[in-house]
Design a protein around this ligand. Structure first.
Ligand code: SAM
Ligand code: SF4
Length: 327
């Protein structure tokens, strides 16, 4: 076991977001352009063996949880096998997915040791889903959610990004629907991570507003002990059901951040909004030892900034879009 990954502000890093691919089978308007986004060439992607070796180095430095994401992680071939290998490293794993194909894979993923799943869904209206994702696949997401629950993944969370004039009229309906089906709903503020660089603060629906709207329909009681979790949780009508709000922009949680990211092409990012990356793939392929990789990782973490700086004068959006970083 190596020393933990502590940055210059004393934050200890125990959570890894692992992007398995930059490809996706949806084209959510706030995440990807309709066409014209180049995929990473396959030789640049980490193989399963490379990935497991690197995650082993992260684990030896105190990382305990790994969230598989993308792009769409279910598009990665042999995903259950990879999940099983990550479980063998002693890591708790979760998956962030758009839900397409989850119906087919949920049981195998559960059997391989996957602990939890977050399914992204921004609307309950099939026509609006088509507009928002540019694909007519609403029914597949609903089916995937049902299969995740049946497979015993617990909790099954639903992530929703609300946008003004697009789907902000559905907050209460989404909550009622999630409660009815036993899914834990979390609203996420829209962040400046789109490839078009078209993010606009006025379109984002801030956490305060989401809570105010929900509060007209249900009683919300804050749950204490947030720790490093990005979501602020609230009991709904006294519980036990909860709803979460991730106020990344208006209520940043950078001071307690314990997260690191590894992109599908082997670059460490110490923040979603970092403008620098640290390459682990090149040294790995050139024969670096685990100690050398660990040292690179330590330097990458040491350089983490205090906060994301959205809204501050010098803020510049990262070059990589969300789909290539791993949300
Ligand atoms: N394809 C998977 C999915 O949609 O869940 C995993 C990757 S996706 C990038 C992860 C999460 O990021 C999704 O919940 C998505 O809604 C969210 N997301 C994408 N772009 C975003 C943005 N600009 N601001 C906030 N959340 C965003
Ligand atoms: Fe794909 Fe997820 Fe981005 Fe939608 S949010 S385009 S599903 S990566």
């Amino acid at each position: 076991m190596r020393a933990p990954l502590v940055d210059g502000f004393g934050r200890v890093h125990t959570d890894l977001r692992l992007s398995l691919t930059d490809r996706c089978n949806l084209r959510c308007t706030y995440c990807m352009p309709a066409e014209g986004l180049d995929w990473l060439p396959t030789p640049e992607l980490l193989t399963d063996d490379e990935l497991v070796r690197l995650v082993g180095v992260f684990a030896s430095m105190g990382v305990r949880t790994v969230r598989l994401t993308g792009g769409e992680p279910l598009l990665r071939r042999g995903l259950p096998g990879l999940v099983a290998r990550l479980s063998e490293l002693g890591l708790r794993s979760s998956l962030t997915t758009n839900g397409l194909g989850l119906a087919r894979q949920a049981q195998a993923l559960r059997d391989a040791g996957l602990n939890r799943v977050n399914v992204s869904l921004d609307t309950l209206r099939p026509e609006r889903f088509l507009e928002l994702t540019r694909r007519d696949r609403f029914a597949d997401v609903v089916e995937g959610l049902r299969a995740a629950k049946l497979a015993g993944l617990d909790p099954v969370k639903v992530n929703t990004v609300l946008m003004r004039g697009v789907n902000d009229d559905e907050a209460a309906d989404l909550l009622a629907w999630a409660l009815e089906h036993g899914y834990a709903l979390r609203f996420i503020e829209q962040m400046p991570l789109d490839p078009q660089h078209g993010w606009d603060r006025a379109t984002m629906v801030p956490a305060d507003e989401i809570l105010e709207v929900l509060g007209r329909h249900v009683a919300l009681t804050p749950v204490e002990h947030r720790g490093s979790a990005p979501a602020e949780e609230f009991l709904v009508d006294g519980g036990p059901a909860t709803v979460g709000v991730v106020g990344s922009v208006t209520r940043p949680f950078c001071a307690s951040c314990d997260r690191l990211r590894l992109t599908a092409d082997g670059q460490v990012r110490n923040c979603l909004f970092a403008r620098d990356e640290s390459d682990l793939r090149a040294p790995l392929r050139e024969g670096a030892s685990d100690d050398e990789l660990a040292e690179r990782l330590r330097v990458a973490v040491a350089g983490k900034k205090a906060g994301h700086g959205i809204g501050e004068p010098g803020f510049v959006q990262p070059d990589r879009p969300m789909s290539a970083i791993g949300g």
